[in-house]
Design a protein around this ligand. Structure first.
Ligand SMILES: Cc1cc2nc3c(=O)[nH]c(=O)nc-3n(C[C@H](O)[C@H](O)[C@H](O)COP(=O)(O)OP(=O)(O)OC[C@H]3O[C@@H](n4cnc5c(N)ncnc54)[C@H](O)[C@@H]3O)c2cc1C
Length: 277
């Protein structure tokens, strides 16, 4: 589906089993990107920035007729306090899950394993003044959670989101997210003062072009934002993108003297893959 469309369900239909949730909203952005919301299991707790396993039943086995769940890792793209769970998804041609998932409609059921995990959480970082969220493509999803999390603004004086995509249409989800954060009842005032947004395209011509790693290494990111640079005292970072972005960012951040953190050993930066492959 290429046209921009939103469908919303006012009253969710009842949930069939503990691992099955009902789709309440679907919005398609491009041929390869869409977002959706599902009901939240009543007992589910998670930390903003974490991911869960989500999917659909696979096709029936040709001989036995049995169906197995087809599950993939998905970052929760809504904050821990939200009543429903939002996800932001790729549509992979011939992808086992997303070739089906892209057709979900309001009222459909998805499988959601409520146990959440992940390293892009506040607990994995030590305190500082400024937090950087570096993302490419659907790697923005965990930051859609953290940008609407009050703790982000309580812990940091400045919050910078960078989002790099090939084309301008791929930035739309992030643009809407920023607008929503700045108008949010809970964190809107803090976001208006503290949140900065740095979108770039890598293919289509736009006001700011280039890979974030290049813009970091040639200093344009800092000069554009009027920031002197990174240092381990004032800056913390979270990174979510392809394997290539993640390994380049790890090298760059460590060259600036930042140390990788984990849930069990908080540090200066944390990294998570936006997908495998
Ligand atoms: C920790 C973690 C969190 C994730 N969170 C999300 C998320 O929030 N949203 C999301 O869309 N996907 C996310 N993924 C990827 C997701 O798990 C699936 O890979 C994706 O849904 C495609 O599933 P599939 O079965 O259609 O294809 P798969 O067989 O899983 O993937 C086929 C190929 O498509 C490419 N691909 C897969 N996912 C992406 C992607 N997101 N962006 C660009 N290329 C991709 C890769 O080259 C991959 O080898 C996450 C993965 C991990 C490890």
């Amino acid at each position: 589906m290429t046209e921009h469309s939103t469908v919303t369900l006012e009253t969710a239909t009842p949930v069939i089993s503990p691992d099955t949730q009902t789709v309440t909203e679907v919005e398609h952005y491009t041929d390869s990107l869409f977002r959706f919301r599902v009901t939240r299991p009543a007992s589910m707790r998670f930390r903003s920035g974490e991911f869960v396993m989500l999917g659909l039943m696979g096709d029936a086995h040709p001989e036995t007729g049995k169906q197995k769940p087809l599950l993939r890792a998905y970052s929760i793209a809504s904050p821990a306090w939200d009543d429903t769970l939002q996800f932001y998804s790729i549509k992979v041609d011939n992808g086992p899950l997303t070739s089906k998932l892209q057709h979900i409609k309001v009222g459909d059921q998805v499988i959601l394993k409520p146990k959440s995990v992940g390293t892009l959480v506040h607990d994995a970082l030590t305190p500082a003044n400024r937090i950087w969220f570096f993302s490419t493509g659907t790697g923005i999803a965990p930051f859609a959670s953290l940008l609407r999390e009050p703790e982000t603004y309580e812990r940091f004086d400045e919050v910078v989101l960078t989002h790099s995509c090939r084309d301008l249409a791929d930035l739309k989800f992030g643009q809407e997210l920023i607008k929503e954060a700045r108008n949010d009842i809970l964190i809107g005032v803090a976001a208006q003062h503290k949140l900065r947004y740095y979108p770039t395209t890598t293919r289509e011509i736009s006001p700011k072009m280039g890979r974030i790693t290049t813009l970091l290494e040639d200093g344009s990111l800092f000069s554009d934002l009027g920031i002197a640079g990174f240092n381990a005292t004032s800056d913390r970072a979270m990174v979510c993108g392809s394997m290539g972005l993640n390994s380049d960012m790890k090298r760059i951040l460590e060259n600036f003297g930042l140390r990788e953190g984990a849930n069990s050993d908080p540090g200066d930066y944390v990294i998570e893959k936006a997908f495998v492959g």
